[in-house]
Write a protein that binds this ligand. Structure first.
Ligand code: DI6
Ligand code: FE
Length: 401
């Protein structure tokens, strides 16, 4: 059989095992790609290849996927980190006009090209550890023009680097100052002006909201999701991060691809997610940064067979994290996920969380040939170590980059 590129002497972690029992079995084999897609991944087989990479026993996983980030923004909030170390709380800072509002001011003042320039180093950090797909949310513009600017900047990153960018409209991230005291009016703007414009412009595949006491109510979220679905967009939700508002169940009723954070998720929410096929995306970087103590209900999610994804939640406030390797380590240590669950979280289940389960996330014929080749012997070496980057080669759509 003919192929463009062949990787031989590989140890493959295909991530194709069943949904409920997550193994990350390792098998000796080869990967073959043609026209950017995997044509074969499995035990040694003969191919007539244009290019062959002998991997000398290195480990190959699917390219990593970060399914929840706020990578596009301007400015910096490390002074707030310092203030928190000196005793201020996240809420104190927000009430004093800092927090998300600081990033909104800086992002509104930035041009689209400023936003691209500022995001590239953050994206490069993810790519350097084998990421091939990154989801990016808007939500620091909060006007139609500024939200569209953020989404265009996110999409433009794919013109600068070899990566798949998936964009999500998060107009309901925070209440913009122009709408102080009028949150229902802002939600009307999101539903009647912003979502139609995002959908018409093809600038996002999904709509997200921050459903929380300090964010938007379940009733407002319901309006936003109804508008999103009417425009053919997927939905996903920041839910149950700081309290239980039954946001995950609401998201599941709208057929959400994922519900994210979920520290305060209860059994009813888990059952609704299971029925709807909604992925639980956990964000250990925010848990760590906020010194949260309530761990998401991992055992109950496992028992229900709800797939678990992991993401950096990269943002300048609650999760200034640009490492999927460290995200896996935190999920293992803080949430007690197994090594297999950690790897599934940033590959197969992350793909499902983005509605891309047929396209990426496993090493299987027919999927995009996105690979991460690692200088390690076992999957646990990827999850156990902190601050060491063993990436040997990153492959995006069949091309080494
Ligand atoms: N939840 C969070 O933790 C972040 N956004 C959200 O909806 C916070 C974002 C920030 O502080 O800039
Ligand atoms: Fe987030």
């Amino acid at each position: 059989m003919r192929c463009d590129t062949l990787w031989t002497n590989a140890r493959l972690v295909t991530m194709t095992s069943g949904v409920e029992v997550v193994d990350c079995d390792v098998m000796d084999g080869v990967v073959a790609s043609r026209d950017g897609r995997i044509v074969y991944a499995g035990p040694e087989r003969d191919f007539d290849a244009d290019t062959t990479h002998d991997l000398a026993g290195r480990l190959v996983t699917p390219g990593l996927i970060d399914p929840h980030t706020h990578l596009i923004y301007a400015g910096d909030r490390c002074h707030e980190f310092r203030a928190r170390l000196e005793g201020a709380s996240y809420e104190d800072i927000a009430r004093a006009g800092g927090g998300i509002a600081t990033t909104v001011r800086a992002t509104r003042a930035a041009t689209e090209s400023d936003l691209v320039t500022q995001a590239l180093p953050r994206l490069d950090a993810l790519l350097a550890e084998g990421a091939t797909t990154v989801e990016i949310k808007s939500g620091y513009g909060l006007t139609l023009a500024d939200e569209l600017k953020m989404l265009r900047a996110a999409r433009a990153l794919a013109d600068h680097r070899r990566v798949r960018i998936v964009t999500t409209f998060l107009g309901a991230h925070a209440l913009p100052p122009e709408f102080a005291g009028r949150s229902d009016d802002y939600v009307t703007e999101v539903c009647e002006v912003m979502i139609p414009a995002v959908a018409t412009g093809g600038l996002a595949v999904a709509v997200d909201a921050f459903c929380e006491n300090i964010g938007f109510t379940p009733a407002q979220t319901d309006r936003i999701f109804t508008a999103a679905r009417a425009h053919g967009l997927q939905v996903t939700l920041h839910a149950e991060q700081l309290s239980n508002l039954n946001g995950a169940a609401l998201a599941a009723r709208h057929g959400a691809v994922s519900a994210d954070h979920l520290e305060y998720l209860d059994e009813a929410g888990i059952a609704a997610m299971r029925t709807a096929g909604t992925v639980a995306t956990l964000l250990p970087g925010a848990f760590y940064t906020l010194r949260e103590t309530k761990v998401p209900p991992i055992d109950a999610l496992r028992r229900a067979g709800v797939p678990i994804a992991l993401a950096t939640d990269h943002n300048p406030g609650t999760s200034p994290l640009s490492s999927l390797l460290l995200t896996m380590n935190m999920a293992a240590t803080l949430f007690r996920l197994t090594v297999g669950e950690c790897l599934a979280g940033v590959t197969r289940n992350a793909a499902t969380a983005l509605g891309l389960g047929d396209e990426i996330g496993t090493l299987e014929a027919g999927k995009a040939c996105d690979l991460a080749v690692w200088d390690v012997d076992t999957p646990e070496q990827l999850v156990c170590r902190m601050g060491l980057n063993p990436l040997y080669q990153r492959v995006f759509n069949g091309a080494v980059s």
